[in-house]
Design a protein around this ligand. Structure first.
Ligand code: NVA
Length: 308
């Protein structure tokens, strides 16, 4: 059966740990794993802006012995020039796997149904699971464990990162609190699924509208842009509700003294994160950005192995 990574809960809690262990092994020995020798091609399709995702996948696929083939989503014009079903079957005949950043989760599902090769979600409006693998790898590096670690996500909890933190954090046995304004909490179906997963792992997921309550005692403080891709028209309204959720030095002071600060980037300094915080000693954002490569190499390798 072909395995895909379309949302965080496509990996069971045990599988998630297998992938994270492989990511650590790949980080320790970046050129020691060559599952794509041939070279096999991996298609990287971007319908939306990218920096970290494109460069980390391209560099990682090269390290695995493969050929990263970047496809300009604008030129391919999926959905208008031809349907996702047809593109899936064409790409699946050229590439060993497909990595796709696009707006709608339903489209990556359609791609997976028709491609015949593993499909990886490189961000949709709903989920950003590759980022969460890198985030969990980073937390484990800095905290030595995942189970029992307390993470606070403050800001736009309704975006892809809020949903993914709930699902992946619960799978890892973490205690995740989302502190977000009314109307900006993770999707209710995701909350229910995360609660169910957390019951099996000893983790928990909680919601609050109070940023101080969310951050109090946290080992990890996470934030993300208040205006995700595709939400640009709402920027004015969002700038009115989100300022109390900015990760400032004052807010961070409520977290554990040794808390780390994470941000998937791009960061808007002075908005969701203060300059002094992102540049400060608790910030691990550059480790997080580097770990995209190791974590994505691991999940790609793992999916190919399980699908063969
Ligand atoms: N929530 C952000 C993540 C960017 C990597 C967005 O969707 O724009």
């Amino acid at each position: 059966m072909t395995r895909h990574f379309l949302r965080d809960d496509d990996l069971s809690p045990a599988e998630l740990l297998e992938v994270l262990d492989l990511a650590d092994a790949m980080k320790a020995d970046p050129f020691g794993h060559k599952p794509l020798t041939g070279p096999h091609t991996v298609a990287l399709v971007f319908d939306r802006p990218t920096l970290r995702t494109q460069v980390s996948f391209a560099a990682g696929i090269a390290e695995l012995g493969g050929n990263p083939m970047t496809v300009d989503g604008g030129l391919a014009a999926m959905g208008s020039r031809e349907g996702v079903e047809d593109v899936a079957r064409v790409l699946g005949r050229q590439a060993a796997a497909i990595v796709w950043r696009t707006a709608h989760q339903s489209d990556v599902v359609t791609m997976a149904e028709h491609a015949g090769v593993p499909v990886l979600n490189a961000l949709t409006d709903e989920f950003h699971p590759c980022q969460l693998l890198a985030d969990l790898q980073t937390v484990r590096e800095h905290k030595g464990r995942l189970a029992g670690v307390r993470a606070a996500f403050v800001g736009d909890g309704a975006c892809n990162m809020g949903n993914s933190w709930f699902l992946a954090g619960a799978a890892a046995g973490m205690h995740v609190v989302v502190g977000a304004p009314e109307g900006f909490h993770p999707d209710p179906d995701v909350v229910a699924k995360a609660r169910e997963v957390a019951q099996g792992t000893g983790g928990s997921v909680e919601l609050t509208t109070d940023p101080v309550e969310a951050v109090t005692g946290a080992d990890v403080v996470v934030t993300d842009s208040w205006v995700s891709m595709g939400r640009e028209e709402e920027a004015g309204d969002r700038m009115r509700v989100f300022p109390p959720y900015g990760v400032t030095e004052e807010l961070l002071a409520h977290a554990a003294a040794d808390a780390i600060v994470m941000h998937c980037l791009p960061a808007y300094r002075g908005k969701e994160i203060a300059e002094a915080v992102i540049e400060g000693p608790q910030s691990v954002v550059w480790d997080e950005a580097e770990n995209r490569r190791h974590a994505q190499k691991a999940v790609l390798t793992w999916l190919l192995e399980k699908s063969s």
